[in-house]
Design a binder for this molecule. Structure first.
Ligand code: ADE
Length: 236
């Protein structure tokens, strides 16, 4: 099984590319694709850049050029669920684009025409594997809806809007775009995020202070998951 792993910023994935053996790098449309193995699992790892368009370009390129069996989005997010604190983990069961809005022509908020849905479902098995791997860390782990949009959420009003309209537990800027592209190609995907801030008025100082430390937790979960995946493959 080849695993594609996409982060937005370098610090969300650089610890993974640093651990790769048979490591090769190719650049396509400004994005570096790192191929090799981690714990004997074939992987392709990339930092896409911030936001939905960057994530979509990276996901489509990764699918066409490297054909991973699954695409996993890792990194940090702002918490919408009050129970989540900095460093805790949110694993997506589904993702939605909170800034997609064609309600004036009669669609539901977040409705994506073409794939004709609001919520894109994550791969059940990988979501469960990551949930179990995350539970080994000494942090709270929850499964829920993760919402993405081309906005850094840093106000109570926006936070409450996304929570109310989408029932989301965390907000970030790429997961749903990756889910959207994967859904168009019938490619399984999963999203794992560590909390760097609470998507509120404190976020502009919390994000730069805590994002790197939080990202380490999401990388740790991926490493545990890859170990388990490898063990699973051996059993077959
Ligand atoms: N990623 C981490 N924190 C975020 C926030 N508050 N809004 C959007 N993306 C984020």
């Amino acid at each position: 099984m080849k695993v594609g792993i996409i982060g937005a910023l370098d610090f969300e994935v650089s610890a993974l590319s640093a651990l790769m053996t048979s490591h090769e790098v190719k650049t396509v449309s400004m994005v570096k694709y790192h191929t090799g193995t981690i714990n004997d699992v074939p992987v392709v790892v990339a930092a896409a850049g911030v936001g939905k368009v960057n994530a979509a370009v990276c996901t489509q390129t990764m699918i066409l050029k490297y054909n991973p069996d699954i695409v996993i989005n890792v990194g940090v997010a702002g918490a919408l669920e009050d129970e989540l604190s900095i460093g805790d983990i949110a694993v997506a069961v589904s993702v939605a684009e909170h800034d997609m809005d064609t309600t004036p022509v009669g669609d539901e908020k977040g409705f994506i025409s073409g794939i004709d849905r609001v919520y894109m479902d994550c791969d059940d098995e990988m979501t469960q594997l990551m949930y179990e791997a995350a539970s080994k860390l000494d942090v709270k782990v929850i499964k829920g809806i993760i919402a993405s949009g081309d906005q850094f959420i840093a106000s109570r009003e926006q936070r409450e809007r996304i929570k109310r309209e989408f029932g989301a537990v965390a907000a970030e800027m790429e997961g749903a775009s990756i889910g959207h592209v994967c859904t168009m190609s019938n490619k399984p995907f999963a999203v794992l995020r560590a909390i760097s801030d609470s998507a509120d008025d404190e976020s502009k100082t919390d994000f730069p202070t805590f994002a790197r430390a939080a990202a380490k937790n999401s990388v740790q979960v991926i490493l545990y998951m890859l170990k388990n995946l490898n063990r699973g493959d051996d059993d077959e």
